[in-house]
Design a protein around this ligand. Sequence first.
Ligand code: MG
Length: 254
Amino acid sequence: MKYSILLTALLAGSCFIAKAQEAKPEDTEIWEPIPKVVTPGKTFRDAPSDAIILFDGKGLDKWEQADDDSPAKWDINGDILTVNKKYGNIKTKQSFTNYQLHIEWRVPASITGTGQARGNSGIFLASLGKGDAGYELQVLDSYNNKTYVNGMAGSLYKQVIPLANPGRKPGEWQTYDVVWTAPTFNEDGSMKTPAKATVFFNGVIVENNFELLGPTQYIGKPHYQKHGPAPIKLQAHGDKSEPLSYRNIWIREL
Ligand code: MG
């Protein structure tokens, strides 16, 4: 009995050794599909070769007014786009699902107001209709400006507090680099997988694959409603402070 156990153990052991000897480095090498070649920008700010340029100063042909789809009427000065509060939110003509987005924004040096009424705008990572319907990544002066922390710059509005506050002072350009994963839905309309957002604010990660609870809400709790690809929308906030500016907006679909 003892010998048979020993024999079994020896056989199993030798079998294991034989298998290990058979395994080759090549067994775990994958050669296809070959990733497409992308020429990177000179710096992380510059669009890679496969990016869609949404705004670089050469007009607003990729954008329209969010509420009536008429031509976008915000103000262009050189390569800078400034919110025109009179006309309201603008959105991309194109809809997106999963993507990498780069966008730069600047609160005017002469900004006035406090809290949410100081340099408020926003990037709706997926617009779901008129007004502020969608998933808002907050844009706000968050440099020595106290407000509720789930509504400061870098927050997904009223859903999550940013991991840090790397905000620069008014008058200085700031960057957002966003990875957006759209939610998916079951046939009955219920949410299958939530929307996820990773956000770098001035190169500092402030949202780490955060799973959203639904579209962001000014009042009440968020909840999902089935939707497909959606435009990106920029907010013309109704506060009385001076309007923000944007520049160098590009996107890579994933
Ligand atoms: Mg806002």
